[in-house]
Design a protein around this ligand. Sequence first.
Ligand code: ATP
Length: 275
Amino acid sequence: MTTPTTTTTTPTTTTPTPLTAPRPDETPAPTPAAARAVDVVKTYGRGEAAVRALDSASVTIPSGRFTAVMGPSGSGKSTLVHALAGLDHIDSGRILLGNTDLTTLSERERTLLRRERLGFVFQAFNLVPALTAAENIALPLTLAGRRPDPAWRAELVDMLGLGGRLEHRPAQLSGGQQQRVAIGRALVARPDLVFADEPTGNLDSRSGAAVLAFLRDATRSLGQTIVMVTHDPVAAAYADQVVFLSDGRVVDELAAPTAESVLARMARLDAPEGA
Ligand SMILES: Nc1ncnc2c1ncn2[C@@H]1O[C@H](COP(=O)(O)OP(=O)(O)OP(=O)(O)O)[C@@H](O)[C@H]1O
């Protein structure tokens, strides 16, 4: 694997800074940061079996934008997203969600923060089989003891094109419909950030395109911040920006991506040493 020559524009300082402050290399910052990883190190295993999945990884996730995370298999994409979502402990560095430093929170505080401020969309949908589509969508609010705002829920259902399917259980829905229910569930509590891990991995290209278009529209029309891990350059092209990982580091960023430009960057990351 080549050592990429480009570097991320993310600041690597460990000094706390307001997230809305202009970045040193850009004046002013285009949008405030929804989340930041700063010099994050994460190692799995010990001794000779140790794997450094994140090796001083730094990234800024802009608010109200759709960010795709790409990189070769094993480059640390899932580990980075799990760290940003407070799902995993990190060895060192900082994870900031808005102004909250996740590394200072207890397990319980992180669980509450995830429930109240984050949404998740998984490749395998992860819907509750016994609940209807409507109940699955409302689940984050039900768990928090809150009621869905009827107007917001209706808007969401309308946007997702699920109107006629709300009383169906997941087994009675197509994969694309199930994923749209999962997106509804991720958005219903109006989270600060939605993480999507290979959301189109189990879908045919047409259903996948509908899901990606919806994620993009959620950013454009609702101002939703979305971070999506994907292997697919066509999927990444729906995003506003792509961050590229290689060997546990964020090595590049690409704004206004196209499938072709993403593919070209990926080819450089995948190329053998010295190519
Ligand atoms: N639970 C774990 N125990 C040990 N090693 C792990 C664990 N999870 C991930 N790793 C290792 O950490 C590195 C980064 O893994 P990660 O899953 O973050 O990569 P990825 O870029 O998401 O890969 P892929 O595209 O194949 O899903 C890999 O070398 C992987 O083998």
